[in-house]
Design a protein around this ligand. Sequence first.
Ligand SMILES: [Zn+2]
Length: 99
Amino acid sequence: MTKTRKVPTRTCVACRTASDKRQFIRVVRTPEGHVHVDPTGKANGRGAYLCAEAGCFETAAQRRRLDAALNVKLQDDDYNRLRREFEDALEPLKTTQGR
Ligand SMILES: [Zn+2]
């Protein structure tokens, strides 16, 4: 086994912070073209990453960063739905912080 384990890093599409991918919540565009929050981080498709913070979602929503990151056209309704999914995804993270 290799000694140097490379930690995969991701960049938040809102604030551009790069970090360990576990710090982020993934939003995925499925091969069918649906966009949803992917709490497992394992769904098939093109992914965009946001810090596990509501503020970064809001920035992404206001600036339409997910459109660009996922190469899709999202409507306000989509962002509203994604906000709820994002908030749901935040809940378990809050309780496991400081593990
Ligand atoms: Zn961020």
